[in-house]
Design a binder for this molecule. Structure first.
Ligand SMILES: NC(=O)c1ccc[n+]([C@@H]2O[C@H](COP(=O)([O-])OP(=O)(O)OC[C@H]3O[C@@H](n4cnc5c(N)ncnc54)[C@H](OP(=O)(O)O)[C@@H]3O)[C@@H](O)[C@H]2O)c1
Length: 338
């Protein structure tokens, strides 16, 4: 497979076109084991050469460190990149190890100013509410976010892990360009209600963890052996104990399809997301995360793979058999509130 630059997709109705695959930058500073700044910088540059334009971060990744790390790259390529960040997971002053969800107007305003400063940009291209605080009406939060658009601090609005009803209520206040939620061969809960609502409203889906946090690449069998002590995945139900072994066994059909295409397992997982979105009839921009230039080449090449109906049928039962929930506490996900 060659890499000649990827296709594009619209980010929200009438929104800018972005490379049809974005780049998740979280792991460059946090969550998935040791970081390598030089390799991450090379990955960012390689991604851009390949047509990746949507770069995903959040204020909470490394407690601001990820936004700061990305700032020089964004400055060097400001007109070529779409900068996406998120607010809502606040660090309480009395305990920096904890996170609380905040969607109230004063917090949104405080968060956007802090992100603008760390990112060293005049405007954030896509600003997401990362998690839903059910104590604040979503209309109020999106109302504040809409003010940020009018004030020129933010260009487009996004929501992460919202239910279909929350998306509709938010969209009635201000157009939502993108919903970012987990969507992969392992995590298909959003197909029931969120994806149809997004299609109806003209919202682009930005699937996060499209590689199942790396599991779908076939690299993991046992969290104890494969992950360093500080790796976030050690606390995730699908990566631990008997669940990890059971889930590794589910990859056999992915391996079969990969062999037929001379592709990697991860490429099949990414191609599947694109084809599922086509079935649902809505634009999709998955944001696989990597810190390695060779992997961004591999991942973007997957946008040119087409799976047959027979292959899709072979992959269809996988999600229904996955052992363990996406998160230990599902209350913070759309599926936990639908
Ligand atoms: N909205 C939310 O709540 C939310 C939640 C989670 C993530 N996100 C966003 O979504 C992005 C992507 O999700 P994710 O990083 O959680 O999961 P992911 O993209 O499913 O998987 C990332 C993992 O896969 C590995 N990987 C990537 N390409 C690979 C390849 N070709 N071969 C083998 N391994 C490969 C990466 O390792 P290396 O880095 O070492 O290559 C990393 O460990 C994040 O970076 C973040 O921006 C958002």
């Amino acid at each position: 497979m060659t890499n000649d630059g990827i296709a594009t997709a619209a980010l929200g109705e009438g929104g800018p076109r972005v490379g049809v695959q974005g780049l998740g930058c979280m792991g460059m500073s946090f969550a998935y084991g040791p970081v390598d700044a030089d390799a991450s910088r090379a990955t960012l540059e390689r991604a851009l050469e390949l047509g990746v334009t949507l770069y995903d971060t959040a204020d909470v990744y490394g407690a601001g460190e990820n936004e700061r790390f990305l700032a020089p790259f964004f400055k060097a390529h400001r007109d070529e990149v779409v900068v996406a960040t998120k607010f809502a997971l606040a660090i309480p002053p009395d305990d920096p190890t904890r996170r609380i969800v905040r969607n109230d107007a004063p917090y949104v305003r405080e968060a956007v100013e802090a992100s603008l400063k760390r990112l060293d940009v005049d405007v954030i291209d896509l600003y997401y509410m990362h998690r839903r605080d059910v104590n604040v009406p979503i209309e109020e939060t999106v109302g504040t976010m809409a003010e940020l658009v009018r004030e020129g601090k933010v260009r487009q609005l996004g929501l992460s892990e919202v239910t279909a009803d929350e998306l509709r209520a938010a969209h009635a206040v201000h157009p939502i360009a993108a919903v970012q939620s987990e969507w992969s061969l392992f995590s298909r809960d959003i197909e029931a209600r969120v994806v149809p609502a997004a299609r109806e409203l003209g919202v682009t889906l930005v699937p996060y963890s499209p590689l199942g946090r790396g599991f779908l690449t076939g690299s993991f069998t046992d969290a104890d052996q494969d992950l360093t002590a500080d790796d976030f995945r050690r606390r995730m139900p699908r990566f631990t104990g008997e669940n990890a072994a059971a889930n590794a066994a589910l990859l056999d059909p992915v391996r079969t399809v990969a062999e037929a295409h001379g592709a990697s397992l991860g490429q099949i997982a990414l191609a599947w997301v694109h084809q599922r979105a086509a079935v649902h009839g809505l634009p999709v921009v998955p944001i696989p995360g990597t810190r390695k230039p060779a992997r961004v080449e591999e991942n973007t090449a997957a946008t040119r793979l087409t799976l047959t109906e027979g292959e899709l049928a072979l992959l269809e039962p996988i999600a229904g058999k996955v052992a363990g929930t996406r998160y230990a506490d599902m209350a913070f996900t759309s599926a936990g509130r639908e």
